[in-house]
Design a protein around this ligand. Structure first.
Ligand code: ZN
Length: 149
């Protein structure tokens, strides 16, 4: 990966950390899960409004490092308006992106989500990046809590 790409990925993460998208509670949420990453101290509360198999709204709140917040912010941007099936597929995509080092992320294909691939260089931080996604899976499958453990 070129250093220009790394700079770009870092800019995207920092931007989402500084100005997290959809950062608010959702009183009318139909689905909710708390995500906890004790390794880093990240806590993400994820809220969804799911109607007829479509995620109409997804928001989050929480405390944590830049990577955990940016990943949650990216998740909300990616999944607003997506179907539940697309959300499960996106979860799998993110896991592959973070664990399969042979896969070269493509910004054109993955949009800002590709920035998460920059985390691969820091294995201790992968759980920070996957936390919101584990919370998503937990919320969609009806579990109230998600842990990266
Ligand atoms: Zn973290």
């Amino acid at each position: 990966m070129s250093s220009e790409m790394e700079d770009l990925y870092q800019d995207i993460i920092l931007d989402h950390n500084k100005r997290p998208r959809n950062y608010r509670p959702l009183p009318l949420a139909t689905h909710h899960a708390d995500g906890n990453n004790p390794m880093c101290g990240d806590e993400i509360d994820l809220y969804l409004v799911v109607k007829d198999g479509v995620i109409e709204e997804v928001t989050f709140q929480g405390q944590g490092c830049a990577i955990s917040k940016a990943s949650a912010s990216l998740l909300t941007e990616r999944l607003t308006g997506a179907s539940v099936a697309e959300a499960h597929a996106a979860f799998k995509d993110v896991m592959d992106l973070l664990k399969d080092t042979s896969r070269e992320a493509d910004l054109a294909e993955d949009g800002d989500m590709a920035a998460l691939s920059g985390v691969r260089k820091f294995p201790a931080r992968i759980k920070c990046a996957t936390l919101a996604w584990h919370a998503l899976e937990a919320a969609l499958t009806g579990e109230a809590e998600a842990s990266t453990e």
